[in-house]
Design a protein. Structure first.
Length: 90
């Protein structure tokens, strides 16, 4: 299934292209050292689309569309509602 995911750092999204494999990491909103933990929410998922990140408002991050199983899509949606999301390229 296709899951649109908002990544906190728009500059990172500009480095991606369809076909890339990424891990999606959720980082809590607490300041570093105060219980802030990072958690891998999706591992090795395929980027299917990278909408133009310049269309987002400054500070809003940027969208990327990922191909993921249905359960992972639900986890990504939940993590995106409570945490800042980041990606690392596999």
């Amino acid at each position: 299934m296709s899951a649109p995911v908002r990544i906190a750092d728009a500059a990172t999204v500009r480095l991606l292209q369809p076909g890339d494999r990424v891990d999606v990491i959720a980082a809590g909103n607490a300041p570093a050292g105060e219980g802030s933990e990072a958690k891998v929410v999706a591992s090795g998922v395929r980027v299917t689309e990278v909408p133009d990140p310049r269309e987002a408002a400054p500070g809003d991050g940027a969208l990327v569309v990922l191909s993921v199983p249905r359960a992972t899509a639900a986890e990504l949606a939940g993590a995106g509602a409570t945490s800042r999301l980041a990606v690392t390229v596999c």
